[in-house]
Design a protein around this ligand. Structure first.
Ligand code: DX5
Ligand code: ZN
Length: 228
């Protein structure tokens, strides 16, 4: 079975209503989200604080697609088991979160969860050269992490370099930050296939007006196919 590199839209619930996550998750999935992207921030690795493993456990029963957990925390290893037990389908750890990336990714896989590796904008593609065989996904940050609604940083050269490194390994390439109908085609053309979007999906909608989410998701999916 060939690796399924189709485009997937992964809305980030960082842009959702923090008082209504269950309903928001059900709404974006009903409106066509392929994955649910959960931005875990510890106020140390990034200058913002969101939620921990207990929250991910509470999200789990509402997710019927794929629970994609982006760990913007350091250290990360002490928390791998807690997030795996909370029900994450994937845990993505940052190259920059500590000195033992290889060991951490081994721990993620040992916990029975898919393993992603993320690079901040200032981190070169080569930083993941030694862990590709442990990775199910590479996340190329297109903003400096911590907040939604930031401007896209052009990482297309880095995305293309990583796409080349991946070759025909079954590894997804994900982008995250400032992804909208204008920047999606650039990222896809460079080699990305999983698009994380917070503000571009949630803008103008709400759990009680979810059709806007559906329109935004369709617009992103269409834009992703366009030639930049
Ligand atoms: C930022 C987070 C991103 C963010 C994307 O640090 O990792 O997932 O939520 O938000 P937008 O799509 O609004 O840039
Ligand atoms: Zn993220």
């Amino acid at each position: 079975m060939a690796f399924d590199r189709r485009i997937r839209i992964a809305p980030s619930i960082l842009s959702a209503d923090f008082a209504d996550f269950g309903r928001e998750i059900r709404a974006i999935e009903a409106q066509g989200a392929d994955w649910v992207h959960v931005d875990v921030m510890d106020g140390h690795f990034v200058p913002n604080l969101t939620f921990g493993a207990a929250a991910v456990k509470a999200f789990r029963p509402h997710v019927t697609t794929f629970l994609d957990v982006h760990l913007m925390i350091a250290p990360v290893e002490p928390y791998v088991d807690a997030f795996a037990e909370a029900g994450a389908d994937m845990l993505t750890v940052h190259v920059e979160a500590g000195p033992h990336l290889h060991r951490t990714m081994q721990a993620v896989r040992a916990a029975g969860v898919k393993a992603g590796v993320a690079l901040n904008p200032g981190t070169p593609a080569d930083a993941i050269g030694q862990v590709l065989d442990l990775a199910d996904l590479v996340l190329v940050m297109t903003v400096n992490p911590g907040f939604g609604g930031q401007k896209f940083l052009d990482m297309t050269t880095k995305i293309a370099a990583i796409r080349k490194m991946v070759g025909n390994r079954p590894i997804h390439i994900q982008v995250d930050g400032g992804i909208d109908s204008g920047t999606a085609p650039l990222a896809v053309q460079a080699g990305a296939n999983i698009l994380v979007a917070g503000s571009a999906v949630f803008k103008g909608g709400s759990a009680s007006n979810p059709d806007e989410y559906g329109r935004n998701i369709c617009e992103l999916r269409e834009a992703a196919k366009a030639r930049p």
